[in-house]
Ligand binder design. Sequence first.
Ligand code: SF4
Length: 276
Amino acid sequence: MPNLRVEDQKLAPIAEKILAGERLNFEEGVALYRSNDLLALGYLANHVREKLHGKRTYFNVNRHINPTNVCVASCKLCAFGRKPDAPGAYTMALEEAFRIAGEGWTEAITEFHIVGGLHPELTLDWYCELLRGLKQRFPNVHLKAFTMVEIGYFAQRFKIPVRDVLLRLKDAGMDSMPGGGAEIFADRVRALIGAFSGNHLRFHAHDGSGYRLVGEVVRALDPINPQIAARLAGAFENWRRYDPQRQNLMRAELQATANMKGLSANLFEIVTKMLG
Ligand code: SF4
């Protein structure tokens, strides 16, 4: 391990296996996830990346559009959100958002990354018009829009299931979503960092739609990108730990995944292990 200094001793035998090109088992994968030794993890991840893809790297040229910074939440970690009447609070008119999207336009732009605050008054139609208008003007640009927190908020505010929110936005032109906000599963951690205060913003909501959604995404992703599908399947592991009352919902999704035709061996192994 010439250039690698491993601070976390639990990582040392795993690092040796990675550098020797050996496959890791499930427990070793979890140990990677638990380790705080970021420099060693980064080194190992890059080692595998270069082994698989050499020095080739692909960049996504994106432009950020933040249609509003008005937000009903008060996350301690946030320097972006503003209360509606606070100095610096803004909400773009649709035409303004379209103009900003096109400013200094170059064909190199492949994606608009659209996220904002949790606005108390904007309607779902407004968000759909935003997407539709961007798609009409820039049909070749991928629209990555709205964090899980925003989606959860839309469902709660517009009083429709998460799935229907997604279908409406997808129909209007949303191509994918950033993952922000869905990674905090533990109420204890949410309370600690003051994220999304108020119990109303849980994406993994009471009707179980969060589980169904992750199950659907895992199954849809597996044939396209088995590595990401396998990582996402790990979300169930977190939920199982933090939301034991809804074991049956998670089991149903895991079972549906295990039953899927053409499931990759890797994901099958992970899912059947979780099913015990
Ligand atoms: S929900 Fe987002 S924008 Fe609102 S306060 Fe929290 S991090 Fe900031």
